[in-house]
Design a binder for this molecule. Structure first.
Ligand SMILES: *Cc1c(COP(=O)(O)O)cnc(C)c1O
Length: 844
């Protein structure tokens, strides 16, 4: 390819003159598609003319795909409008959509035609697809779950939409320097996104601050304060091999022209003239703005309310529109047309906001409004970590949302009355189970309690997690409402996470199963079990995995400059950096491995199993220990990878800027992955499912969905270690009381860091957090010291099994074969049946 030309002159990729530029929005074959791409390149211009390098080709290609989606998308909307089925609205502060082009072309099942069309311009589809920036409007698993759910809802032809916020910048872009992680703004729409359509006709006012006015009839109204507009941006969500195309509606905050003070502006007071415009822009500027300051907390609460208020106004308008022409209708029908799912407590304000809209805007009485609200709303819990359970200051809430605080107080009062009337045995528990915590030092609203009291269904995200919710966090509520609590084990979409990210392995599966229906019926993968010992399948399997490993080798070289050996065991841990996820256990294990490799003779080294340990993930910008862990992994890598004595046997690589697209390269090339959280702390995990589906073996604890994965693929195919969830409280006590005798290997590994082998950075604060009885740090709350010994034993087992490549191949096949349960299609079918009560609504 020629160097990029800065002029307008011809480059190596001029738009081909052989391809006519003709609009063909519904093109099916390569020629028409090429014409349509050329049409967009010329007549939907975004760049100066005559340039058609990969970036320009990407935008024109994406627009041509969008043409097709728009048609199906409109048809889907009209069909829903006509049939008027019950519809689900999924409210989430996060979506981790990743790239859309490959997914859309794959779901439309027109990969070959697109590859053919692009070849006419001298481009390859894969290269063009890589031009797209990830839509990274999420942080981790919770956001990716929301995106997998959208894919399944569309594929299952369910009337179900997503609502979220259109963050200008996503979480952040991670760069690695000598000092560890550095964060910069992630500009995912730097130019524009071809996947969003602004709906200039869909806009709702959202109020903040102000006061409550009491009318003569006793009804109340929220007035004053400031009002910003929520403008809708829609993203099409195509289903796999179906015309149904759903929506993800993202709200953007805007101020209107009347809020622009022209007088002040002309007077030279530019900032104050546009003060509301600038405050509106802050709302959707970033995901999870720092909340250490009061301003930060206020902004986060604004974001949450903005999502809830705009979405509910939209839902109510649509409900009313669809009542038109009906003789008469009642508000009590609302829950038979609308289901609202809260993805964690972030959208909890949907509860008092729906109450407010029904009470103050629609004139319902409390009982009727409460009945409608509770039958509409369901809540998914994602964590039992106390620090992650949201509590909002009552002071901040009264200031920002005075009417909602009145409503929350009333819900709280009525809950207390219910307990006092029906469950005197629970009266002593009221201080912890009521919604308001009126501690005079710091009065707060407990969002999870508000959700449990108000929702008709509450679910955990893996069996173990749901059991813990029922027996611990929400135990008292279970005794009040025994049927409210459910489990919905998470899942992942097999389209993105196998069919499209590993076409090689997918083709082998299709060939041996003699069908590709596994893509929508993942249970069919069990059909691979009968061939697990077949040498032909094993050979094909290993060569597909090797091709994926080679692709990963190239990627690692490109982004880190480290060259890794494709014949070594690829051992990967990628997820947000958190002490409970125990990347520290992984790296301490790597350090111990390095120490042993240094101590043994060159002859002995040759008998070891060569390993490449890859760790990736973002540390929250203010989470100091997590950032120290990132730095430690990089420091260890810098030493180990440059040590000629051992670097044929061990490499340690930190993979920068982990996101969905990076995951799509790492996971297909993985052989072992680590899901090693302290038992009881990982609600489910979903990357464990992605890895298992791709034939990667898991080393892990009995935590989250690991428990169910191990059941499905067989305990002999899972490298288990560590304390169990029910042992953890006792072990923490023992550590605190100094009854714990640290494993000598664990002490050696820590000592090795202290000796300065990995540089002069002061790792003592990090290491102190691992000391049980020092009184320092957190007393090894995450039990790294306790689990280290069995972790190292499990790793030794991994080394031994990997030397038997046939056995490993068999286990790898069985891992994929046992992953059927973890399709998000299964999860979403269960939500649809058991919580939402919605049914398929396929366009004819
Ligand atoms: C799946 C996924 C996650 C969730 O990973 P866990 O290991 O389950 O925490 C996080 N980030 C990205 C980019 C993912 O694709």
């Amino acid at each position: 390819m020629a160097a990029k030309s800065e002029t307008n002159g011809a480059t190596a990729h001029p738009v081909s003159s052989k391809v006519p530029a003709v609009a063909h929005p519904l093109a099916e074959n390569a020629d028409e598609i090429a014409s349509n791409i050329n049409y967009h390149a010329q007549f939907s211009p975004h760049f100066s003319p005559f340039k058609f390098e990969p970036e320009q080709a990407y935008y024109a290609t994406a627009e041509s795909v969008r043409d097709r989606l728009v048609q199906q998308w409109n048809e889907t909307y009209l069909h829903f409008h006509k049939v008027d089925p019950k519809q689900t609205y999924y409210l989430s502060m996060e979506y981790l959509q990743g790239r859309a082009l490959t997914n859309a072309i794959g779901n439309l099942n027109i990969q070959d035609a697109y590859a053919g069309a692009l070849s006419k311009f001298g481009h390859e589809l894969e290269e063009i697809a890589e031009q797209e920036k990830d839509a990274a409007l999420g942080n981790g698993g919770l956001g990716r779950l929301a995106s997998c759910f959208l894919d399944s809802m569309a594929t299952l032809n369910l009337p179900a939409w997503g609502y979220g916020l259109r963050y200008r910048y996503g979480l952040f872009k991670q760069r690695i320097t000598k000092e560890g992680q550095e964060e910069t703004a992630e500009d995912w729409i730097e130019k524009f996104s071809p996947w969003e359509v602004v709906r200039h006709d869909i806009m709702f006012p959202v109020r903040f601050f102000g006061s409550v006015e009491v009318n003569p009839d006793g009804s109340r109204k929220w007035v004053g304060g400031e009002v910003v507009q929520a403008l809708a941006y829609d993203v099409p969500i195509p289903g796999y091999k179906t015309k149904n195309t759903n929506s993800l509606r993202l709200w953007e905050a805007k101020a209107s022209a009347k809020d622009f003070n022209l007088f002040q502006f002309n007077d030279g007071q530019y900032e104050s003239a546009a003060a509301l415009h600038s405050r509106a822009h802050q709302i959707c500027a970033v995901l999870y703005p720092g909340d250490a300051t009061e301003n930060g907390k206020l902004l986060r609460l604004k974001q949450q309310f903005f999502l809830c208020s705009a979405s509910l106004q939209d839902i109510i308008i649509r409900f009313k529109e669809r009542r038109h022409g009906k003789e008469s209708w009642k508000w009590s029908e609302f829950p038979s047309k609308v289901a609202v799912q809260l993805n964690d407590t972030h959208p909890t304000l949907a509860i008092p906001e729906l109450m407010r809209l029904l009470l103050d805007e629609e004139g319902l009485g409390w009982d009727e409004a409460w009945d409608v609200t509770t039958r509409t709303i369901a809540y998914t819990n994602h964590t039992v970590l106390p620090e992650a359970l949201e509590k909002w200051s009552q002071t901040v809430m009264w200031k920002l949302l005075p009417r909602h605080m009145e409503i929350i107080e009333e819900i709280d009062k009525r809950f207390i009355a219910l307990i006092q009337a029906t469950r005197l045995d629970l009266e002593s528990k009221l201080p912890s189970i009521r919604i308001l915590d009126n501690n005079p030092q710091k009065p707060v609203v407990r969002m999870a309690n508000l959700c449990v009291v108000s929702a008709h269904a509450v679910n955990g995200v893996a069996q173990l997690h749901s059991d813990i919710l029922k027996s611990e966090l929400f135990a008292d509520y279970v005794s009040i409402w025994p049927t409210k609590f459910q489990n919905k084990t998470n899942g992942i979409t097999p389209r993105r996470w196998l069919r499209f990210c590993s076409p090689e392995l997918s083709n082998i599966i299709t060939k041996w199963l003699k069908t590709d229906s596994w893509v929508t019926n993942l249970d069919l993968l069990t059909g691979l079990r009968q061939f697990a010992d077949n040498e032909d399948l094993q050979a094909e399997w290993v060569s597909a995995k090797m091709a994926n490993k080679q692709r990963l080798v190239q990627y690692i070289l490109q982004v880190t400059g480290v060259s890794i050996d494709p014949n070594s065991l690829f051992d990967i841990q990628v997820k947000r950096i958190h002490e409970y996820k125990r990347q520290l256990l992984n790296i301490l294990g790597a350090i111990y491995r390095y120490k042993i490799l240094k101590e043994i003779s060159p002859e002995e080294r040759k008998k070891t199993t060569p390993r490449t340990i890859m760790i990736g993930g973002k540390a929250f910008a203010t989470y100091t220990n997590a950032k120290r862990i990132v730095r430690l992994v990089n420091d260890v890598g810098a030493v180990v990878n440059n040590d000629p004595e051992v670097n044929d046997y061990l490499k340690v690589v930190f993979v920068p800027n982990y996101n969905v697209s990076v995951a799509e390269i790492l996971i297909p090339g993985s052989e072992l992955s680590q899901h090693i959280s302290t038992a009881g702390m990982e609600a489910s995990g979903t990357s464990n499912m992605k890895f298992a589906l791709n034939g990667c073996l898991i080393i892990g604890t009995l935590d989250g969905a690991n428990v169910e994965i191990r059941e499905e693929i067989g305990e002999e195919n899972f490298f288990l270690f560590g304390a169990t969830a029910d042992e953890v409280p006792r072990l923490r006590k023992e550590r605190e009381n100094g009854l714990f005798k640290p494993d000598p290997q664990f002490e050696e590994a820590k000592q090795f860091i202290r000796s300065g082998v990995f540089g002069s950075y002061d790792y003592n604060p990090l290491l102190e957090s691992l000391e049980g009885n020092s009184g320092y740090g957190r007393g090894d709350y995450f039990l790294v010291g306790y689990d280290f010994c069995t972790y190292m034993e499990a790793q030794a087992k991994v080394d031994e099994v990997y030397r038997n490549r046939k056995r490993w191949a068999k286990m790898s096949i069985l891992s994929t074969a046992g992953s059927g349960k973890f399709s998000s299609d299964r999860t979403i079918s269960q939500y649809a049946k058991e919580i939402w009560n919605i049914e398929e609504c396929r366009i004819p």
